[in-house]
Design a protein around this ligand. Structure first.
Ligand code: FE2
Length: 134
């Protein structure tokens, strides 16, 4: 399981809440792996949920950046777009080795998410925090 800990907080309440939801959806995949109960319909259901939530979450962050006139919006959106593209390449229909697919996909998702939160999202959090103090 991937634990949601304080180190991931970017100090923007709504975004932290959304990141926590992303963790919990990814943990549903972990759960499936751990139980070794691969089920295509279940995988499909989780991937659709993840996809929908990522769309909603990125949209939220991007609207916030726009409203706050965030100077590093372009780089941030570029990272989101890379992830959107990579997600679209996940082909869950042709999974020949579900376990390997789940493990590889999971590793990619978590690496991207934690790098993005710890670097790019934290910068956004700091910007919002500082502008609110002025
Ligand atoms: Fe982001």
């Amino acid at each position: 399981m991937y634990d949601w800990t304080d180190q991931y907080h970017i100090n923007v309440k709504e975004i932290d809440k959304q990141h926590e939801v992303l963790f919990s959806i990814i943990n549903e995949i972990v759960e499936m792996l751990r139980n070794e109960t691969y089920d295509f319909n279940r995988l499909y259901e989780i991937m659709v949920k993840l996809d929908d939530y990522v769309v909603e979450h990125f949209r939220f962050e991007e609207q916030l950046m726009l409203i706050e006139s965030y100077p590093q919006m372009e780089e941030h959106v570029r990272e989101h777009n890379q992830f959107r593209y990579d997600m679209s390449k996940f082909n869950i229909v042709d999974v020949k080795q579900p376990k390997e697919f789940l493990e590889g996909g999971l590793e990619y998702l978590m690496k991207w998410l934690s790098n993005h939160i710890m670097g790019t999202d934290k910068k956004l959090g700091e910007f919002i925090y500082t502008t609110k103090l002025i």
